[in-house]
Design a protein. Structure first.
Ligand code: UD1
Length: 343
């Protein structure tokens, strides 16, 4: 059984990817500092797969702990690197936290991968690198725009760090640029767990629907879009997780065409905030209390992915409909409430 290191493996996308890796026959070694996740994710993974992944609570900024872990698992063949701070607003308030954490973690990981002869890295990147693209849908060739937040800047610079490291080492990598991941595992045993007031749209919607939040604010209806609200490409987190298995296999099986490849992970379909609210109301049967407020600073007006490169080269395509995806998010919110949540 091939062993994969998953950093940030108790987090939202990480935990769903661990499930898909286990179900595809891989052994996973999960590390996470639990700064934005809980070990309940490991129990959820075990309930779904029947396997409790090996886990160590490690902060990747602590290089000696990571070194120690990797020396214990000399047979790790690849790393999938999710561990990072990811809140756009917080990154504006605390830029150094973001630069220290996101850069130091990646640099430590890359240095130790070279030392331990781990050749393959799948990296979590983001469509934020495109800013507001001139042409839609956006392809991987679209120019990178100046970042609008320190968080976005860390994604751009991390891609550069990987590119430069690859040029000087035997490491090969795939960076996956996520559009907007939403939804939860069909079992409702794992899902997104925002700490405090959610920044992202779908957790805010489900928390409003279940009564944790009073009212959802729709940030602007005066954009140059058909209904005036912003447009995004919302992708089911399980579809996204499956793409990581495909990407890591592409590297392990040496099917990659370049030592650094970049793929868009989206559905290829743009959905407005108001359309998403209407679809949620339809699938959940809950009428949402929302109001239109002013625009949120830094928001991109509209972005959705050209997925043809990922579809063709990875042989991967997002499968879930928006209805299925929103229903899975709603089931997770309900399950979490019924069971009293993770400790
Ligand atoms: C942002 C980041 C993205 C990051 C993601 C995860 C940018 C441009 N995008 O995505 O890189 O990976 O967060 O943290 O930095 N909205 C509301 N009301 C709300 C919340 C959101 O109307 O309460 C709207 C937003 O204006 C936006 C859409 O919903 O149009 C999606 O917002 P959100 O879920 O926060 O994701 P992004 O901002 O697209």
């Amino acid at each position: 059984m091939k062993k994969i290191l998953v950093t940030g493996g108790t987090g939202y996308i990480g935990s769903h990817t661990v499930v898909e890796l286990i179900q595809a026959g891989y052994e996973t070694v999960v590390v996470d500092n639990l700064s934005n996740s809980k070990t309940g994710a490991l129990e959820g993974i075990e309930k779904i797969t029947g396997i409790k992944p090996s886990f160590e609570c490690i902060d990747l900024c602590d290089k000696s702990s990571l070194d120690h872990l990797l020396s214990k698992h000399k047979d790790i063949v690849a790393a999938i690197h999710f561990a990072a701070c990811k809140a756009v607003g917080e990154s504006v308030q605390q830029p150094l936290k973001y630069y220290r954490n996101n850069f130091t973690s990646l640099i430590n990981l890359l240095e130790l991968m070279s030392q331990q002869a781990i050749e393959y890295l799948v990296f979590s990147s983001s469509c934020t690198v495109y800013g507001q693209p001139e042409k839609l849908p956006v392809t991987e060739q679209a120019p990178i725009q100046p970042a609008t937040s320190p968080y976005g800047n860390t994604k751009q610079v991390c891609e550069t760090i990987i590119r430069d490291t690859i040029a000087a080492s035997t490491i090969k990598s795939i960076a996956l640029r996520y559009f907007n991941p939403i939804g939860a595992h069909a079992s409702a045993l794992i899902g997104e767990l925002p700490v405090g007031v959610p920044n992202n749209l779908v957790p805010f919607i489900t928390q409003t629907a279940i009564g944790i939040r009073e009212q959802l604010s729709v940030f602007g209806n005066d954009y140059n879009t058909p209904d005036g609200s912003c447009i995004r490409d919302y992708i089911h987190v399980v579809d996204l997780a499956k793409a990581h298995v495909t990407a890591v296999e592409r590297l392990i099986n040496k099917n990659n065409k370049n030592s650094f490849e970049i793929f868009n992970l989206g559905t290829g379909k743009g959905v407005s905030v108001l359309e998403l609210i209407r679809t949620f109301e339809k699938v959940s049967g809950v009428k949402l209390n929302y109001k239109i407020t002013g625009r949120r600073a830094g928001d991109t007006e509209q972005v959705w992915a050209d997925t043809s490169f990922a579809n063709r080269e990875l042989g991967w395509k997002a499968q879930s409909t928006l209805e299925e995806t929103l229903l899975s998010a709603w089931k997770w919110e309900q399950y979490y409430k019924e069971t009293g949540g993770w400790k």
